[in-house]
Design a protein around this ligand. Structure first.
Ligand code: WT7
Length: 664
């Protein structure tokens, strides 16, 4: 580095506030700071601005019906179709423009451009096929697929015929697929034969089949997208209810399906996510509110314009991909990128190569990825022309200021705003972030609530805490993208998100407060720094994992008597899984058993939940009342000084466990 570089680096390291770059502000979709006041004064009608981004078949009567909190309804009696909004209405002006740029792996010859015409055609054909297979309005169709084009095609085909989809992340296990299909009573599955990871073919259908064996009802049809070349060495026999995706589509070549008119409150999709208990929660999102909110936030925060080539590196199997690869960007008629591979194959400059080649205008990624890029070194981005980029975003977990500044400098060349967006599967879209053309940025802090969003940091009793103090994040008013309930479980919906801070006997919406289960603090300018989950949920590489789910997988392994799972700090992943395990009498604490435990977790959940360390211990530290002291286990995992352990029932166990962590 030259002296100039060193000086620049030092200045950046110290700087705590960054103004939006003037070149960005000039062209930003939103650049008037008055928007906050305008939304506040005009709430909830302000949300008409979001609804106006869509085409409605029937106008709505009321923006918000809050007569029965927390079962809020948005844009009541309006009707629309999500696939028509993402496809048909763009055909006249943008039919020949790219809707999806799909970048496949292995590299080069595999890339596909889907124009809006192409995507419209493929979605219609698959919608016709689904209908012919018996899928009716409101039937839940499950998708268990990696980042291949048939995934968004199937999602939009479902939306077209009014069948809600439930996408299960391809990295999840067979068991996870079965649990979700059972919970949603889903009789249809779209999956694939396999896919490629770092150049190697992976067998996916065998995993899907294993999952199907655990489904407790009849499955009508399994559509299998054939991503592998000639099966690539895997021997897949299709069962009677299984049929190749391409064969289904070929039978309906050229057919069109009229988009079904859906009520604004009709379910667009379900997404299962982890909570405190072992059972995943089926988050229900709607057609009108969700789509309006995904489109509005894409426009206001990601600054998406039709002529952009927008790149979000998330997986469509998570909510980020639903809202900000598929629905938001396509509703706005832009070009959205879809990358099948990993950022380090064939080399660690893969993303930068793609951005250069496609002249991508935005990059939306996760802090865990940024920390990996940082570790790999700036020579990788430096060897590419990234000047097409106009805006950078992050999501999924807190970003440390060093990683933020690295991203700002080495990827954004100090000329792109960085939006640190806090939100959740349940919120449908972004909630806390700066508006890139309006607000100053503070590395490490997401920023204020978006216009129209009302959030606070409160103490246990619900009173706002002072600036600088840590407390709990709450949301005081409903918003269009919010979940409507947990599928088939209104009671759990109230218990999980509302009971804590609401007067649940009241029907006054002012008494209802949404609790996202995150800790946070707020500064004197109203900027919110999210500190992390306050429930038993871990955030590993931006993925949400329930400690209970992992514990029950471990306890299911032969030879395990008891287990406690906590999150320990991890340089790249943010958090990593630490499993403390007590063996059953007669079982040895062997590496073999360790291996079986790891395998047990991978089988029950998936490789993302793989424990970083399995620590055998004769006892778990417990309070006198018998509760496991998780905080202590976390401190041990992090190698931190331990506070007072004298209140433990079994204080002696602590030094024993400490000596084992990291020693394997
Ligand atoms: C949890 C939600 C939103 C899509 C990806 C994750 C954490 C999310 C941030 C951020 C700090 C964040 C929270 C939240 N989180 N974004 N910008 N700063 N924490 O969705 O799987 O539903 O997880 O992710 O803890 O509650 P999810």
């Amino acid at each position: 580095m030259s002296d100039d570089d060193v000086q620049l680096e030092a200045r950046l390291e110290e700087q705590e506030v960054f103004e939006p770059p003037a070149s960005f502000v000039e062209q930003a979709n939103v650049s008037d700071p008055g928007i906050y006041e305008e939304f506040e004064e005009n709430w909830p009608e302000c949300w008409e601005q979001a609804a106006e981004l869509l085409d409605w078949e029937a106008d709505y009567d009321q923006v918000l019906d809050d007569s029965n909190p927390p079962f809020y309804e948005w844009f009541t009696d309006g009707s629309l179709n999500a696939s028509a909004n993402c496809l048909d209405r763009h055909l006249d002006e943008r039919g020949d423009e790219a809707a999806i740029e799909w970048v496949g792996e292995p590299v080069e010859e595999d890339n596909i451009t889907y124009t809006y015409e192409d995507l419209h055609r493929e979605v219609n054909e698959f919608a016709a096929a689904l209908r012919a297979e018996g899928v009716s309005e409101n039937d839940v169709v499950t998708m268990y697929m990696p980042m291949i084009p048939q995934l968004p095609i199937a999602m939009l085909a479902c939306a077209r015929i009014g069948a809600p989809h439930s996408v299960v992340f391809a990295g999840f296990s067979a068991d996870a697929l079965a649990t979700r299909m059972n919970a949603a009573d889903s009789e249809y599955l779209v999956t694939c034969d396999g896919y490629y990871r770092r150049g190697d073919p992976l067998d996916h259908l065998s995993k899907a089949n294993e999952g199907l064996a655990g489904v407790d009802h009849d499955v009508e049809t399994v559509a299998v997208a054939e991503r592998l070349r000639d099966g690539d060495g895997f021997d897949h026999d299709y069962a009677d209810n299984q049929v190749a995706f391409d064969d289904l589509v070929a039978d309906h070549e050229g057919e069109t399906v009229d988009p079904v008119s859906r009520d604004a409150e009709d379910m667009l999709f379900l997404m299962y996510t982890s909570g405190t208990t072992g059972e995943p929660k089926g988050v229900k999102h709607t057609t009108g509110g969700y789509l309006s909110y995904a489109a509005w936030t894409s426009q206001a925060v990601l600054d998406v314009k039709p002529e952009d080539t927008y790149f979000c590196s998330a997986d469509i199997g998570w909510i980020t991909g639903h809202s900000y690869i598929v629905y938001g960007p396509l509703a706005l008629g832009t070009t959205t990128m879809m990358y099948e591979g990993t950022p380090d194959y064939p080399d660690k400059d893969r993303l930068w190569e793609i951005i250069e080649e496609y002249e991508a205008t935005q990059l939306y990624t996760a802090p865990t990825a940024i920390r990996a890029f940082m570790k790999w070194g700036e020579e990788y981005p430096d060897s590419h022309d990234l000047s097409s980029l106009r805006l950078l975003g992050t999501v999924g977990e807190p970003i440390n200021p060093r990683a933020w500044k690295w991203y700002y400098k080495h990827i954004g060349d100090e000329s792109c705003p960085v939006v640190d967006t806090w939100w959740q599967t349940e919120t449908g879209g972004m909630m806390l972030t700066t508006l890139p053309g309006v607000g100053d940025m503070k590395p490490g802090s997401a920023g204020p609530p978006l216009p129209g969003i009302s959030a606070d940091i409160v103490d246990v009793s619900g009173s706002p805490v002072e600036a600088g103090q840590a407390g709990y994040l709450v949301v005081n008013k409903p918003w269009p993208g919010m979940l409507r309930t947990l599928y088939n479980n209104d009671e759990r919906f109230i218990d999980e998100y509302w009971r804590e801070y609401s007067d649940i006997d009241s029907d006054d919406p002012a008494d209802w407060v949404y609790f996202p289960e995150d800790g946070a603090k707020i500064d004197q300018d109203g900027y919110i720094t999210v500190l992390g989950r306050v429930d038993d949920v871990l955030n590993v590489s931006g993925h949400r994992l329930g400690t209970m789910e992992i514990e029950s997988a471990i306890v299911g392994v032969e030879g395990v008597a008891e287990a406690a799972v906590v999150g320990g700090k991890h340089e790249i992943k943010g958090e990593a899984v630490y499993a403390y395990v007590i063996t059953e009498d007669g079982y040895e604490e062997t590496d073999e058993l360790r291996g079986e435990i790891i395998e047990g977790v991978e089988d029950a959940i998936g490789p993302i939940a793989r424990p970083e360390q399995v620590i055998f211990t004769p006892e778990l530290p417990k309070t006198r009342s018998g509760k496991i002291m998780r905080r202590l286990l976390e401190d041990i995992a992090n190698g931190e000084e331990l506070g007072d352990t004298s209140t433990l029932r079994n204080p002696d166990v602590v030094s024993d466990i400490q000596s084992k962590v990291g020693s394997d």
